[in-house]
Design a protein around this ligand. Structure first.
Ligand code: FAD
Length: 603
């Protein structure tokens, strides 16, 4: 079958560029390859060239990377993806591309300006010889014929789950069986990597069941699919927390995962000599040891509560807890509730307490960005993740790749106009909020919610109704820093006393390398450094510029230790690259890592 070649001007320009790029790479002329890029170019690589997640900025960085990687990567077969016509959007030509490397097959995205590459995304999606058994390669399931003593699917599954971790060691141990851990485990199963997921909670999905009872996902269904298994068409736009919990529990069964509930990792040490972790776990109260080659911490980016320490917390006589331990409003009808913090959890909790007849005060300590859910869906997400996008032919995979194709360094430039539109559309709402004394921001450069999430993972609320309660005074708003607690009140630095029967610390979560400190050692946590953040130099995301999320889904400075997590979209997308990195190591495919990140912050 011959390839049908798109014949538009855009396609011709892309084909010419690919052919020159391919020739430069084939002749190892890295200077010529870099010269095909604009002066302000970006090349984002998700493991295809670097076995790392890195963005290179400018020709010099690209040359440096190619000089070191070309010989082992041996890229070739560059072409426009079949059926994807390149498009010219206001002088920028965009194209989906395919290529191959010595290790596998790659997919990418290209933006050309005046015939030169402005942004390039390269991703590896499959290892040659280790293709997933899906689609045309799907397993038969039944073995037709007459076979003595045949084992059924159930017998094989039971055998595997009895033996793995007992007589056979898993290659990968994933600590944490939330959506991140199980999505990664599903991918590793497809790649035939023996994997166990452990979680200290007693049922898959309990991470969500245990959160406050009013919670529904803040992101819409199109954004939230798990790998391989999409939500059905009748799934609600915003999953209630117990419904998503049941979905995740079903997922572990459907994807045939070796999931050990009620199993807590207590400590772990790595031996460079044997290339093995020794992980002490307690399974249903019984101590046992697991010896995986690779250890993944999928213990939650919003998992380690950041609990403040205020004088007087020990004398306060009412209830007090972090938002992660908040049971919901039922016990607090008619009670005086003080919620410290003004981000997502604080608003959700204040809203539910007010709905249940509590007397609620929110203490705002620093400014928060708020965007209304419907507005965010229309303006921020609809092009990629919405019913209209699906109707227009957008797939989850293409949406994820489109998102991944925008380098973080310039992402805010694309985001700022969207948030300006949001401001315009909901101007009355913001005026009312500010009039009520709420300290609102749009991010330090006006780039809004998603950049705040990528930079610091906090500092915002997706409004599903509670902001109006603050704006109209139903939820009282107080601004200031907490100084101390007394037996029955929270006292602010300016002396304001807030009588309280309940204090909720909606004060966020701490960096994931804290999990490494708890489980492995402070030394390893420091060696690895802070997780998350781009190094943007904005609040809670100190520089220097990193260009990618610190330590997430890629090699860390601790051999065989990985961090996985993020929201549902990120876990879905980046679990592929993490799974391939692990598979390559298990299969003995060389994985020379280029540009292992330096550590600038400890946590
Ligand atoms: C209130 C709230 C609302 C949110 N809303 C959204 C949303 O709308 N959309 C979205 O995408 N994200 C949302 N998030 C972010 C959310 O945390 C994640 O999407 C999701 O829970 C992260 O999944 P995870 O698997 O990375 O971590 P978690 O779900 O936090 O799972 C980590 C697991 O690790 C286990 N664990 C920890 N330590 C150990 C140990 N030593 N041994 C064994 N097990 C251990 C825990 O028991 C836990 O089950 C929200 C978070 C909160 C707190």
């Amino acid at each position: 079958m011959t390839e049908t070649l798109p014949s538009t001007h855009a396609a011709t320009t892309v084909r010419t560029w690919l052919s020159e790029f391919s020739a430069a790479l084939a002749s190892s002329d890295t200077t010529a390859a870099a010269a095909l890029f604009t002066g302000d170019c970006f090349w984002r690589d998700l493991i295809a060239f670097t076995w790392n997640i890195r963005t290179f900025e400018g020709r010099g960085e690209i040359t440096g990377m190619l000089d070191e990687t070309l010989a082992s990567v041996q890229p070739g077969g560059w072409k426009i993806t079949d059926g994807e016509e390149p498009a010219d959007a206001g002088g920028v030509i965009e194209a989906w591309i395919d290529f191959e490397t010595a290790a596998g097959r790659g997919h990418g995205h290209l933006r050309l300006r005046d015939g030169q590459c402005w942004t390039l995304l390269t991703t590896l999606y499959e290892l040659t010889g280790y293709e997933e058994a899906k689609g045309p390669r799907r397993p038969m399931g039944a073995e037709h014929g007459a076979i003595r003593d045949r084992a059924t699917w159930l017998e094989n599954r039971e055998h595997e789950s009895h033996e793995l971790g007992v007589t056979e060691q898993p290659y990968v141990l994933i600590v944490g069986g939330g959506q991140a851990g199980i999505g990664l485990a599903a991918r590793l199963r497809q790649l035939s990597v023996p994997t166990i997921v452990i979680d200290k909670r007693s049922r898959p999905g309990d991470q969500w069941r245990s959160r406050y009872k009013s919670l529904s996902l803040h992101d819409p269904v199109w954004y939230d699919h798990m790998p391989y298994l999409k939500f059905p068409d009748n799934w609600p736009v915003f999953s209630p927390k117990d419904k998503i919990a049941d979905w995740l529990e079903s997922y572990t069964k459907i994807m045939e995962l070796n999931y050990w509930p009620g199993t807590e990792a207590k400590s772990a040490t790595y031996s460079e000599a044997t290339g093995e972790w020794t992980v002490n776990v307690e399974r249903d109260g019984q101590p046992m040891v697991l010896r995986p080659a690779q250890l993944v911490l999928a213990t939650g980016m919003s998992g380690r509560p950041g609990i403040p320490s205020f004088p007087g917390m020990d004398v306060f006589r009412g209830d007090q807890h972090h938002s992660s331990a908040h049971p919901g409003p039922d016990a607090y009808r008619g009670k005086r509730c003080v919620v410290i913090g003004s981000n997502n959890s604080a608003f959700d909790i204040c809203g539910a307490l007010w709905e249940n007849g509590a007397d609620v005060t929110m203490v705002q300590r620093s400014s928060t960005h708020i965007v209304r859910s419907a507005t965010l869906m229309d303006i921020g997400l609809s092009a990629l993740y919405s019913e209209q996008a699906v109707a227009g032919g957008m797939t989850t995979e293409k949406a994820d790749m489109t998102f991944a194709s925008i380098p973080y360094r310039i992402m805010h430039v694309f985001q700022i106009p969207l948030y300006e539109q949001m401001h315009e559309r909901d101007k009355d709402f913001y005026d009312r909020l500010e009039k009520a004394g709420f300290d609102h921001d749009w991010g330090e450069d006006g780039s809004g919610l998603f950049m705040k999430y990528l930079r610091r993972g906090s500092g915002y609320y997706i409004d599903v109704g509670a902001a109006d309660l603050v704006a109209n005074g139903d939820v009282k708003l107080v601004r200031g820093q907490v100084d101390h607690l007394t037996e029955d009140a929270v006292v602010l630095e300016d002396g304001t006393g807030l009588p309280a029967d309940l204090v909720v610390y909606a004060t966020g979560y701490t960096s994931m390398n804290g999990w490494a400190a708890e489980l492995i050692s402070q030394e390893v946590a420091d060696k690895v450094g802070k997780c998350w953040g781009l190094g943007s130099g904005t609040a809670k995301d100190p520089g220097p510029w990193e260009g990618e999320e610190r330590n997430m889904w890629k090699p860390t400075r601790q051999q065989a230790l990985w961090f996985h997590g993020g929201n549902l979209h990120q876990s879905r997308h980046y679990s592929l690259y993490l799974a391939l990195q692990l598979k390559a190591r298990q299969a003995g495919i060389p994985t020379p890592v280029y540009g292992l990140q330096a550590v600038h912050h400890l946590g």
